[in-house]
Design a protein around this ligand. Structure first.
Ligand code: DOR
Ligand code: ZN
Length: 432
């Protein structure tokens, strides 16, 4: 494969430089040489015609669950990477709730080694805050950082003990990595399976109140204020959480946040068909929450759009609603859902949407030279056809648990480039 790639005549959009211009991108030896300037053809260079397409920094998903080690039947590092490439995502940050949990150096080393050998996109591991993600005893956070984790999180579980969270935030300051908080007061969420409200009463399903999230977000904001630690709120699902984060940012707390497409596309009304692929934690909320989340993405209160890609097998999901596991896959739909429901509807500009998928996640996790097309940065690039319409029919991911199967969406990645290498072209994965 040629080491020089020229992407011609695309609409180059790079929020990190506020660049939006029809022009070319030059890649050589895995780096961006120029973006947004005309490039003359070079002998031996691979030319990609991007006319009528947009050319953006590769998407970064800061909330992905790969199931290796432990549940390779749901997803492996290799299959998760392929799903990402197929969705235009060039970097994934994987959550530590595997079996065993990623709470020690050897486990981090395993992920990095596997990713290097078998992964076609960049994999950044997130380490566990506590040993076994049990919420009791802190993991060796300094060691995890040394081995290469980009954040710490007990995602999937909640850190109910405030003292443990306080210490985690102190360490986050010391080691300069964020604590990604899965905010759920489990004494309030209990055995709930969906949002607590009108629809849960109608369906006779146990509810998870908004307050289960908001109580924990409030506590963690207070602790971030106390410790000056760095707090990142995962998967924001309620209007109350948005208000809390907006105020915390105003008062100078070191806080960032993400939401996921299912929170700005779906509501608890979608549970009415009892499709277990709508069962997710936190649960799908109401129209009012959805509007607040969209406004927060617009004004920057919520920094990032993340997938919370959570694979589960058909057998696991093929249970009654009460018994099915929480989670849905998202790597292959994060982009078309954002384009279809935020950009096409004019709720966000294209520049804002790409910003929340590229520059912001790179900044939140301090991923240097990524999420940008600045000269010298790593050549992770996505080429997207905004007008391409398609019905979601199949998935590259090992798991198929998506409520969006059969949905007609627009705005798909057509080419994905990782470190100057084309890994997906026209829907085809190139792994060799
Ligand atoms: O729905 C969810 N699924 N929420 C989480 O926090 C964890 C995730 C999973 O690991 O399946
Ligand atoms: Zn979570």
């Amino acid at each position: 494969m040629s080491k020089t790639i020229i992407i011609k005549n695309g609409r180059v959009i790079d929020p990190s430089q506020k660049l939006d211009k029809v022009s070319d991108v030059l890649i050589s030896d895995g780096k961006i040489i120029s973006a947004g300037k005309p490039v003359k053809n070079k002998p031996g260079a691979k030319i990609i015609n991007a006319k009528n397409k947009i050319v953006v920094p590769g998407l970064i998903d800061i909330h992905t669950h790969l199931r290796e080690p432990g549940h390779e039947e749901e997803e492996t590092i290799a299959s998760g990477c392929m799903a990402a490439a197929s969705g235009g995502v060039t970097s994934i940050c994987c959550m530590p709730n595997t079996h065993p949990v990623i709470d020690n150096q050897t486990a981090v080393e395993f992920i990095l080694l596997k990713a290097r050998n078998e992964g076609i996109v960049n994999v950044f591991p997130i380490g566990s805050v506590t040993k076994g993600s049990l919420g009791e005893e802190l993991a060796e956070i300094g060691e995890l950082k040394k081995e290469g984790v980009v954040a710490i999180s007990d995602d999937g579980n909640s850190i109910m003990n405030a003292m443990v969270m306080r210490r985690a935030l102190e360490y986050s300051k010391m080691f300069e990595i964020p604590v990604i908080a899965h905010c759920e007061d489990t004494s309030l969420s209990k055995n709930g399976v969906m949002n607590e409200g009108y629809v849960s009463s109608l369906l006779g399903l146990r509810g998870i109140p908004k307050e289960s999230e908001e109580v924990m977000v409030s506590r963690d904001i207070i602790l971030a204020g106390l410790t000056k630690g760095y707090l990142h709120i995962a998967h924001v699902s309620t209007k109350g959480t948005v208000d809390l984060i907006r105020n915390a940012k105003k008062s100078g707390v070191n806080i960032t946040a993400e939401t996921c497409p299912h929170y700005f596309v779906l509501t608890d009304e979608c549970v009415k068909n009892y499709d277990t692929n709508t069962k997710v934690k936190p649960p799908l909320r109401t129209k009012e929450d959805q509007q607040a989340i969209i406004e927060a993405l617009r004004d920057g209160t919520i920094d990032c759009i993340a997938s919370d890609h959570a694979p589960h097998t058909i057998e696991e999901k093929n249970k009654e609603y009460d018994l099915a596991p929480f989670g849905l896959i998202g790597l292959e739909t994060i982009l078309p859902l954002t384009i279809t429901y935020l950009v096409k509807t004019k709720k966000l500009t294209l520049m804002q949407a790409i910003d929340r998928l590229t520059r912001c996640p790179a900044e939140v996790l301090n991923l240097k030279n990524r999420g940008t097309l600045k000269p010298g940065s790593i050549a992770d690039v996505s080429i997207i056809d905004i007008e391409k319409e398609d019905t979601i029919k199949e998935f590259v991911s090992k798991s198929k648990n998506s409520p969006f199967l059969g949905w007609k969406l627009s705005g798909f990645a057509v080419t994905t480039i990782v470190g100057g290498k084309v890994v997906m072209d026209n829907g085809k994965i190139i792994s060799g």
